[in-house]
Design a protein around this ligand. Structure first.
Ligand SMILES: CC(C)(COP(=O)(O)OP(=O)(O)OC[C@H]1O[C@@H](n2cnc3c(N)ncnc32)[C@H](O)[C@@H]1OP(=O)(O)O)[C@@H](O)C(=O)NCCC(=O)NCCS
Length: 168
């Protein structure tokens, strides 16, 4: 099926659709999962998120993808590539947000590693980044497990953010 972008040992990453709003709400309505975002999101905001993602597919050929269990198709989270402006330059970020029931199983690292391979081998990018709140240690651990190291601290989204990066 052409909606599948990447597969790993346990996961498949497929294109997001409008009817994923319900899936996304499991993450967006959870204050624990949204701890390092400005707030939880409403259904209307989730639909805006899907539309932003569909625009990213159209404009840049990449965006966040839906992560599912490869065997069962169960929704687990989202992971993918998003363009970010950092100190005036445009960089490609690997982003990941998973449902809380899917934490602690290595899924985010497995999905992010597949995105890293895609970024370097298919898109031929020289560098990938992740922008992370300094207190978000689970996210920092994912970045470190895929080989990223902290490059600098920037001010973005009205707060301090660490730029983790890895070069090819
Ligand atoms: C960031 C986030 C995806 C990290 O999730 P996570 O479950 O900690 O990360 P992983 O999926 O890589 O799982 C790693 C953990 O699973 C454990 N694990 C269990 N079984 C495993 C397996 N088969 N393979 C690998 N790891 C396994 C690892 O030991 C590790 O545990 P540890 O961190 O206690 O050492 C999650 O916290 C999240 O969705 N947060 C909300 C959104 C968010 O903040 N996103 C980041 C924005 S920058």
């Amino acid at each position: 099926m052409d909606a599948i972008i990447l597969t790993t040992e346990r996961l498949q990453l497929r294109k997001m659709r409008n009817d994923d709003v319900n899936h996304l709400m499991e993450i967006f309505s959870d204050p624990e999962a949204m701890k390092y975002y400005p707030s939880t999101k409403s259904e209307k905001e989730a639909l805006e998120w899907v539309n932003w993602t569909l625009d990213n597919y159209r404009n840049y050929g990449v965006g966040l993808w839906i992560v599912e269990d490869k065997q069962t198709g169960e929704f687990l989270g989202q992971c993918g590539m998003v363009l970010q402006k950092i100190d005036g330059a445009v960089e490609m970020e690997i982003g990941y947000l998973f449902a809380r029931r899917a934490w602690g199983k290595g899924f985010a690292t497995e999905a992010a590693l597949a995105c890293k391979k895609y970024g370097f081998e298919t898109l031929k990018l020289p560098k990938l980044v992740s922008l992370i709140d300094p207190d978000n240690s689970p996210s920092i651990k994912v970045a470190e497990r895929i080989g990223m190291t902290v490059e600098k601290k920037i001010h973005k989204w009205k707060k301090d953010v660490l730029v983790y990066s890895v070069c090819k």
